[in-house]
Design a protein around this ligand. Structure first.
Ligand SMILES: CC(C)(COP(=O)(O)OP(=O)(O)OC[C@H]1O[C@@H](n2cnc3c(N)ncnc32)[C@H](O)[C@@H]1OP(=O)(O)O)[C@@H](O)C(=O)NCCC(=O)NCCS
Length: 148
């Protein structure tokens, strides 16, 4: 059974492999270490099956907002519900802490991720023009609001 558990340093090698296979500008292992060791705003989780990391997600908790920093699933395990499990967990956490909302940025071309976010009630709220350094692509800013 897939478990959603808090991210620990021992997960970072597996996370970094996924990061490299999913993103053109991957976070370094050190970036994840720094998040876990030094960032009091960080909230990170992994989806694990028999000690293998299938995916991960995280956010910065800023007052009553959750800023989702990353969500990714190993390419071999995509479109099998893992992203849904991770997003459900972040949303449950946000609801339990009475967040105002959750927000994130996504590449205009990343339809897969946008579909996942829309499924959970995220809506387009703005555009950051030329946000991504590698391609100059725009970022769509999405929000999911909770009616507290
Ligand atoms: C986006 C991502 C996290 C989704 O995770 P996942 O485990 O594949 O998602 P799920 O299997 O739970 O699917 C959830 C929804 O995502 C969307 N989705 C997933 N794969 C898709 C695909 N190949 N094409 C279109 N939509 C897709 C669908 O809306 C799907 O709902 P459905 O099954 O009812 O159609 C995953 O594709 C991924 O890791 N992509 C690379 C990293 C990335 O782009 N992260 C987001 C950065 S902003």
């Amino acid at each position: 059974m897939i478990k959603i558990i808090p991210m620990k340093e021992e997960h970072i090698p597996g996370i970094h492999e996924i990061e490299k296979s999913c993103f053109t500008i991957p976070w370094s292992k050190e970036a994840f270490e720094k998040e876990l060791r030094e960032n009091p705003l960080a909230y990170y989780i992994v989806a694990e099956l028999e000690n293998t990391v299938l995916g991960y997600a995280g956010m910065w908790v800023i007052a009553d907002e959750g800023h989702i920093t990353n969500i990714a699933v190993h390419p071999d395990f995509q479109h099998q519900g893992v992203g849904t499990l991770l997003m459900k967990h972040l949303i449950d956490e946000a609801r339990s802490k009475n967040f105002f909302g959750l927000t994130l940025e996504v590449r205009e071309s990343n339809v897969k991720a946008q579909n996942l976010y829309k499924k959970f009630g995220f809506i387009n709220e703005g555009l950051r023009k030329g946000y991504y350094q590698d391609t100059g692509e725009n970022a769509i800013i999405m929000w999911k609001y909770f009616n507290n």
